[in-house]
Every structure is written in C-alpha cells, then in structure tokens.
Design a protein around this ligand. Structure first.
Ligand SMILES: NC(=O)C1=CN([C@@H]2O[C@H](COP(=O)(O)OP(=O)(O)OC[C@H]3O[C@@H](n4cnc5c(N)ncnc54)[C@H](O)[C@@H]3O)[C@@H](O)[C@H]2O)C=CC1
Ligand SMILES: O=C(O)C(=O)Cc1ccc(O)cc1
Length: 308
C-alpha cells in the first residue's frame, strides 16, 4: 500500500472528539486528500474554523457530503438514523458511508434503510476515547494501537471493506471484523456496564457528600478518581448508548447484580474465604492480560493532546 491518500475526499458529520481526532490523524498520515466537515450547531462550526479543523467546514450537510468518497457519521448513536436520511439524497454513487457509534445493531438497522444501493455502508467503532467531547477535544494519537471494529453485513463489497480497513490502519488503529450482536454484547461487558457502574458510584458519593461535606472529594483515592473521570463523560452520548444497547446491558447488569449480592452476603456473614478466592480470581485476569503482552493502560492523554 502506497503512502498516498486512501480516500481523495472525506466528509466528517458531527465535529466532536472522535471526528476531530480522525481529522488530526488523517492530517498526520496524509490519509485523505481533502476533508470537509459539518456540525449541526453554528458555534461548533465556528470553533472548527477557528482551530483549523477540516479543510472546509460546510454550513449545509448536503454540501459536506456531495463529493465525498468516504462519509463518517460521528454523532450520538440516537441521531444516526436521522442524519442518514438527511445525507442520502446527496451521496456520490460508489461512496462508502461508515459510522463510529458505540452500539452497532440499532445503528445498522436505523441507517441502512435510508441509504441508496449505490453506496457501501460499513458500520465501525474505534475502541478509543476519553471523557472529553466537542471539536477542541481531539488529538492525532487517539487511535494509535487501539482496536477499531468493522461490522460489515452480508453482501458488503469486500473491496470497500478492505479500503476502510486500510484507512483505519493508516490512522494508527488495529482493525478487526465482528458481527453486530457480538459487538454489542462484548461492549456491554467491557465498556457500557462499567460506565453505568461509575455513574452510579459517583452518584452515591454525591448523595453522601451532603452528609459528610467535601470529604468524599478531599480524601478520594485513585479508584474513585477514575470513576469520576468516567462519570464526567458526555450525557447525551451515554444516554443514547444505554437506550440503544438495552438488551445486552440489562443481561450484563443482571449478572453483575447477582455477583454483587453474593459479595454482599459474604461480607455480612464474614465469609473471608469467599472474598479472598473471588479477589484472587479477578487479580489473575489482569495478570493474564499483561502476560499476553497487551498494553491495557490508558495512553497519556495530557501529553498527547499538546501534540494534536
Ligand atoms: N467519546 C468517546 O469516548 C467515544 C465515542 N464514540 C462514539 O462516537 C460518536 C461521537 O462521539 P463523540 O465524538 O465523543 O461526541 P461529541 O459529543 O464530542 O461530538 C458529537 C458531535 O455530533 C453533533 N451532533 C449531535 N447531534 C447531532 C445531530 N442530530 N445532527 C448532527 N450533528 C449532531 C454534536 O454537535 C457534536 O459536534 C458517538 O456515537 C459515540 O458513541 C466512539 C468511541 C469513543
Ligand atoms: O474514556 C474511557 O475510559 C473510554 O472507555 C472511552 C470510550 C468510550 C466509548 C467507546 O465506545 C469507546 C471508548
């Protein structure tokens, strides 16, 4: 594969954390010839122009997608269907449309039917992010060494998939393919339910704060600080994730609650062996991941940001 652009013209719809990171990563690697961008709010478009995000920031979605070879939907999951309907009449035949949403089954169901048969729709999800949002939060290294999952449906043109794979690889990502149901279950375990637990724990601490004044924050240990970081994530995005990955999240939450009750019982009855065995098992999981050579720690976002 040569080092030239993978797509001549790319359109980014929604100019938040993921789209802006994609732009900086495309710029870094010369992955696109020209990038146009569109965001619904005028304030976001103004910010994008001010910081040089995209070669052209368009005031209409039709103009943004008109000549694009690749269109990336980077809006909250709940907005994907409506955005697909808006762009459909303006797409260039032969173009690829993809998305970056955190849930895949509902996005495929809601986007697919709006798009003409002359375009390739290939759903996607970069497993990389931060708790920040908006056009100024992105940086070029966000996808480096992180997975991007592609979710092609039956009958998708393999050449279009291969090209999208190359695109993500040139942004720094490791690419794998997965089906939508499996994706949604895996993400419910590894991302969606953990976010819900963080939101809950911070909510509980907030209730307590009214009793103990500012002690919860003042004496908070690293674990709780991590929860507050995650619980600072965008409310619209996460509302949409849970409403659109209902079944898998409820399944995992059910199992979580059962385990929590078992631990609660062990504490109440003084069953130290149960607690010790449980914690020994969970410790082995992290050790196993580290021994397999996978880097599971978050990158240094503070430093990466400065490099944009
Ligand atoms: N934030 C994260 O860590 C990750 C997010 N994702 C997914 O990427 C997508 C985008 O997320 P972020 O970039 O974090 O969000 P963001 O909140 O930073 O940006 C979203 C953008 O979409 C625009 N928007 C919202 N509703 C719209 C609509 N109806 N029509 C047009 N534009 C609209 C917003 O104005 C904003 O420009 C979401 O689907 C999210 O699930 C995927 C991986 C990681
Ligand atoms: O900031 C974090 O800890 C994340 O977990 C980022 C993230 C959020 C949502 C996704 O769909 C993928 C990655």
């Amino acid at each position: 594969m040569s080092d030239g652009p993978v797509y001549e013209r790319v359109a980014l719809i929604g100019l938040g954390l993921i789209a802006s990171s994609m732009f900086w990563a495309m710029k870094r690697g010369g992955v696109a010839g020209h990038v146009s961008g569109y965001a619904r709010s005028e304030a976001t478009r103004d910010t994008a122009r001010r910081i040089g995000l995209c070669h052209t920031v368009c005031d209409s979605i039709a103009e943004a997608v008109a000549d694009a070879d690749l269109v990336v939907l980077a809006v909250p999951v709940g907005a994907m269907g409506a955005v697909a309907a808006e762009i459909a009449p303006h797409l260039k035949p032969g173009a690829t449309v993809t998305d970056v949403g955190s849930v895949k089954r509902t996005v495929i169901t809601e986007v697919g039917p709006h798009l003409p048969e002359t375009v390739h729709f290939i759903a996607g999800h970069p497993l990389a992010g931060t708790e920040h949002s908006g056009p100024e939060s992105g940086f070029s290294t966000l996808f480096d060494n992180r997975f991007t999952l592609l979710v092609p449906v039956e009958g998708t043109d393999p050449e279009a998939v291969a090209r999208l794979r190359t695109f993500w690889e040139r942004l720094g990502a490791r690419v794998e393919e997965m089906d939508a149901e499996h994706h949604d279950l895996v993400l419910a375990v590894t991302s969606h339910t953990p976010h819900l637990i963080a939101y809950t724990m911070v909510g509980v601490a907030d209730d307590l704060r009214r009793v103990t004044d500012s002690e919860v924050i003042k004496y908070s240990a690293a674990g709780f600080r991590d929860f507050t970081r995650i619980a600072a994530s965008d409310p619209t995005m996460w509302r949409d994730v849970f409403l659109n990955n209902k079944e898998a999240t409820l399944e995992i939450l059910g199992r979580f609650t059962e385990e929590l009750f078992a631990l609660q019982r062990a504490i109440r009855t003084g069953d130290g062996d149960m607690l010790f065995d449980y914690f020994t098992r969970t410790r082995a999981i992290r050790r196993g991941i580290l021994e397999a050579g996978q880097d599971i720690d978050a990158p240094d976002f503070g430093r990466a940001k400065v490099e944009r």
